[in-house]
Design a protein around this ligand. Structure first.
Ligand SMILES: [Zn+2]
Length: 152
C-alpha cells in the first residue's frame, strides 16, 4: 500500500465517523510537508455544528492552521474521500496547499474538474498538484449508498 492509499484509508475512517453521526460521509486528512505526520483528521459536521462551511476539508484546514500557527499550509497535502466543492477548493487555494489527493469524483458539485475547475485555473497564481481516483472504488460506493438510503 503506498502512502496515498494509506492516508485515504484514514480519511475513509473519518468519513465513516460522519456517516455514523448522520452526516454526508466525507473525511479528510491533512499531512505535513514531511509526507508522514498527520496534522489534522476531520469529517463533515455541518449538521452537528449548524455550520454550512463545516465540510471535512475546511475543518481539517482550520485544525492544520492552528497546529502550524500559520494560515498558510505550505507544502502540506490534503487527502479527501470526495472531490472538493467550490468552497473547499477556494479554501485549499487560500491555504496554499502543495497537493490534493481525492478518491471519488463528484459529478454534482465537484470543483476540481467535474463541474467547475477552481484549482489550477489559468488566471490564478497558485498551483496545486491534484491526484484523483485513488481508492475511488471504495469511497464512491459509500457515498452513493448513503444517498440511496437517504432517498428511500
Ligand atoms: Zn466542500
Amino acid at each position: 500500500m503506498n502512502s496515498d492509499e494509506y492516508f485515504l484509508r484514514e480519511a475513509l475512517v473519518e468519513a465513516r465517523g460522519a456517516e455514523a453521526a448522520g452526516e454526508v460521509p466525507v473525511g479528510a486528512i491533512l499531512v505535513a510537508p514531511d509526507g508522514e505526520t498527520i496534522l489534522a483528521r476531520a469529517n463533515n459536521r455541518v449538521l452537528r455544528t449548524f455550520d454550512p462551511t463545516a465540510h471535512a476539508e475546511v475543518v481539517a484546514l482550520r485544525m492544520g492552521g492552528k497546529a502550524l500557527g500559520n494560515y498558510r499550509l505550505l507544502g502540506c497535502t490534503l487527502y479527501v474521500t470526495l472531490e472538493p466543492c467550490a468552497m473547499c477548493a477556494g479554501a485549499i487555494l487560500h491555504a496554499r496547499l502543495a497537493r490534493l489527493v481525492y478518491a471519488a469524483g463528484d459529478p454534482k458539485a465537484g470543483a476540481c474538474g467535474s463541474v467547475l475547475g477552481v484549482l489550477n485555473h489559468p488566471q490564478l497564481n497558485h498551483r496545486v498538484e491534484v491526484t484523483a481516483g485513488v481508492l475511488a472504488e471504495e469511497c464512491g460506493p459509500m457515498l452513493s449508498q448513503f444517498f440511496r438510503m437517504r432517498r428511500s
